[in-house]
Design a protein around this ligand. Sequence first.
Ligand code: SAH
Ligand code: SF4
Length: 345
Amino acid sequence: MRNIYDLTVEELEEYFLSIGEKKFKAIQVYSWLYDKRVDSFDQMTDMKKTVIEKLKEDFSISKLKPVKIEKDELVNKYLFELSDGLYVESVLMLHDYGTSICISSQVGCNMGCKFCESGRLKKQRDLTSAEMLLQILAVEEDIKTRISHVVIMGIGEPFDNYERVTNFIKIINHPKGLSIGSRHITVSTSGIVPKILEFADFPYQVNLAISLHAPNDQLREQIMPIAKKYKLKELMDAIKTYYNKTNRRITFEYIMLDNVNDSLENARELCELLKGLNCYVNLIPYNETENIQYKRSKNNRILEFYDIIKKNNIVVTIRREFGSNISAACGQLRSKKENLWKHFI
Ligand code: SAH
Ligand code: SF4
C-alpha cells in the first residue's frame, strides 16, 4: 500500500477528485502531515469520518525511526531500517548558515565506483519518495529544529531513480510541504547524461553537482565504470546544455585519492576541461574505509592542487572533513551495520 508521504499535492488533489471530494482537501492533509506532524489519519480532525476511512483503506501512514544515531560536534549520523529490513543512512551537518541533511536515494548503488562503499554493496532497490522524505522528518524530530538545506548525496545514484527523486523534490519544496527553497536543494550525480538533459527541463531551480573525480576518460574509467558509458566529451556537452537552459552554476565534486587522481598534471588538465564554464569545484578529501584500498591524498598535495585551480580563476573549495571519525562518508555506517548484522544471522 502506498504511504501517504509519497504523494505530491497534485497527486493528492487528483486522488480527492477521483473519490468525489473537493481538491482543497489535499492541502488540508498536507498541513496535518507537514505542519502538525500527526501519526495517524484519525488525528486529522477536520476531515469527515467517511474521508478518513477511505484514506485508511487506500494509504498507509508510517514514518521512519532511526535504529542507530551517532553524534559528533557538527555531524549527526542516522541509520534507518526500512520496512523490508534493509538499511539506509542520512547525515546531518550543522553549518553556520543552518542545518543540511544528506539523504540516501537508493539502498546500495549500481554505479560501482571503485572508491565508494555504496557501490561496493550494489543496489538492492530504489527508495520511494516517502522514504527519502521520512529521513528528513525523523531527523527534524530528533533535533527539534527545521532543516534548511537538503543534499541528495547519500547512498545511491539519484538519477537512477529519477521519477521518485523529482517527486520528492516537489514535496519538500511545496510551501505546504516542507517548504525547503529549491536553491537549498542539491542533487549529486555520477553523470548519467540523458537524465542531466532531462533535469535541465525540470522546472525547479535546484542545484546540480557532478561527481567528476577525474579530468580525462582514461582515469575516470579506472575509478568510475559509468565513465565507459558516457565519455567526458558527452558529459561536458550535457552540462553545457543544462547551463544554457537553466543558467545555474554547476558544482563539480573531485574526490582526492592519493596517487590516483591527485597529480599536479591532473589539476592542470581539470582547469583545461572546465575553462570558460560557470562552475564551482569542491575538492573532497577521501574518507578512507577499511574495505577499500584507496588512501586520502596528503594534505600538502590537496593544497597544491587547490592552488593550481584557484590560480586559473576557478572558484574552488576544500570540503571540510565532516565526521570521518563516525564513518560519515557515503554508505559507511550502513556497511558497518550490515557486517554486524551478518554476524548475527
Ligand atoms: N551517486 C551520487 C550521489 C551519492 S555519492 C554521486 O556519485 O554523485 C555522493 C558523493 O560522495 C560523491 O561525490 C562520491 O564520490 C562521494 N564519496 C563516496 N565515497 C566517499 C568517500 N569514502 N569519501 C569521500 N567522498 C565519498
Ligand atoms: Fe553510486 Fe555515487 Fe557511490 Fe558512485 S559515488 S557508487 S554513483 S553512490
